[in-house]
Design a protein around this ligand. Structure first.
Ligand code: PSU
Ligand code: MN
Length: 305
């Protein structure tokens, strides 16, 4: 039988063998979510932030028929310089095909959760998860990230779902799927670039220890799936809802007029919002990822304590 083709960076293998905290990181945000060279700067700073938090970073990507769990500085740079058209955007549906054909692939939230779980990593930090797209009643475009949260036992730290989505529908689907959506340190759900979506969170927790204990309890109860920790962007980095919402509306209208569909939707919207805000959305996006990395490192430490 074919074995899962995992290649560990030496520091990740050591940390896992010694029971030290490890935080997984995705790579689609590098290849399809941010432009060069800010994508590399973000990826390097996120790794450094996790190290400062006392955990080992494991950025996950597919290269040469192997799942790489932790990338060398050279591999990280090469990935950041790969044009979006040359890297597959991998979710549950395409992971095995990418591996079997030896192509280069960047892992979304869903694929990163699968790989992290195979590698024995229980915590993962990202920017924002995918979710139910606006107009999903016609397009049926619902990110596979939601199904993955329902079945793979990894705690995902994000700044909510990306505000380009239909947020109320996204939270409804997660509730239906039995995924705990936990706002960190506040009563309302954050909305990616803004701290407050105006929507009340189904659950709230105020410490990494509680979040780690809830993950252990799910396992003890035999419940499948992970947890979503919705961590609000730092105040100084947020873009107010009344500023970002019209920009999102304009980007969505352009996507529709140009017939952008399927996997191209999220990358198109993110890059148009970046242009329309003259880079401000990207700076906020980077700051919220760093903030999520800090919290994820603390949760990983609590899970190994
Ligand atoms: N978070 C970001 N930027 C991104 C993403 C997350 O700050 O680009 C990526 C993640 O990999 C997520 C994906 O899984 O966008 C969702 O894509 P889709 O809507 O096509 O499922
Ligand atoms: Mn989609």
């Amino acid at each position: 039988m074919t074995q899962a083709p995992l290649t560990y960076a030496p520091e990740v293998a050591d940390a896992l063998a010694q029971g030290r905290p490890v935080v997984a990181l995705e790579s689609t945000i590098i290849t399809h979510g941010m432009p060069w060279p800010q994508n590399l700067e973000m990826a390097e700073t996120v790794e450094a932030t996790i190290r400062e938090g006392g955990a080992t970073p494991a950025t996950i990507a597919v290269m040469g028929g192997r799942i790489h769990v932790g990338l060398t500085p050279e591999a990280l740079r090469a990935l950041a310089q790969t044009p979006p058209a040359e890297a597959m955007k991998l979710s549950r549906a395409d992971l095995a095909v990418c591996l079997a054909t030896g192509r280069t692939g960047a892992t979304t939230v869903a694929a990163t959760m699968i790989c992290a779980h195979l590698a024995g990593i229980r915590v993962f930090a990202t920017g924002g998860i995918g979710g139910v797209h606006r107009g999903a009643e016609d397009s049926f475009d619902i990110s596979a990230d939601l199904q993955e949260l329902a079945q793979t036992p990894v705690t995902v730290v994000a700044a909510g779902a990306k505000a380009i989505l239909d947020l109320p529908k996204t939270w409804e689907v997660l509730e239906t799927l039995g995924v705990p959506v936990i706002a960190y340190g506040q009563d309302n759900l954050p909305a990616f670039w803004s701290r407050d979506s105006g929507l009340r969170a189904p659950l709230r927790m105020d410490s990494p220890e509680q979040i780690a204990a809830a993950a252990d309890m799910r396992a003890a109860l035999g419940l499948r799936g992970g947890q979503l920790v919705a961590n609000p962007i730092p105040v100084e980095a947020e873009i107010a809802q009344d500023v970002i919402l019209p920009v999102i509306e304009q980007a969505l209208a352009e996507a529709q007029a140009q017939g952008i569909a399927a996997k191209a939707v999220t990358p198109f919207l993110l890059s148009r919002i970046f242009e329309l805000t003259e880079g401000r959305s990207l700076e906020s996006n980077i700051q919220l990822v760093l903030n999520n990395a800090r919290l994820a490192a603390r949760i990983a430490a609590a899970m190994t304590a």
